[in-house]
Design a protein around this ligand. Structure first.
Ligand SMILES: [Zn+2]
Length: 144
């Protein structure tokens, strides 16, 4: 992925293959954040299953075991990035803007240990975001 990709760069597969509603919510939030002088950089969006497998292999060698790697990287069949339902946002000013305002767009932090990882939770607009999981191993979607 190119460095410095913003949510408005629609041609890139990492964004073009995202869930449309997620991308729309991100663009709306990014436009409003720009008014506060904050820019969203997309560090990761949609991933191919092959790329997700590669990330998992790297994580297993970095963390030394599949159990430890699972706290950070999902498999190709469980990753919300592969299904186009997650984005990793940078930099710090953007994630802190999102932690304050994201729920109003349905954009929620899902894992305590990944303050950059956001997914769409449309109910959050009315109800606020659900309490984040400590890490992905607590996420029932990862148990498949
Ligand atoms: Zn992520």
């Amino acid at each position: 992925m190119p460095d410095g990709l913003t949510v408005f760069d629609g041609e890139i597969a990492a964004l073009a293959n995202l869930d449309r509603a997620l991308l729309d919510a991100l663009r709306q939030a990014a436009a409003d954040a720009a008014g506060d002088g904050v820019e969203f950089i997309v560090n990761s969006g949609w991933r191919s299953p092959e790329y997700q497998d590669e990330l998992l292999r790297e994580a297993i060698s970095e963390y030394g075991s599949e159990e430890e790697a699972a706290r950070w990287v999902a498999t190709a069949s469980t990753s919300p990035h592969v299904s186009g339902e997650a984005v990793d946002i940078g930099e710090f000013d953007a994630t802190s803007w999102l932690s304050e305002h994201g729920a109003g767009y349905g954009l929620c932090q899902i894992y305590d240990n990944e303050p950059w990882h956001y997914e769409l939770r449309p109910d959050a607009v009315e109800q606020g975001c659900p309490v984040p999981y400590t890490d992905p191993t607590e996420d029932p979607r990862m148990q498949q």
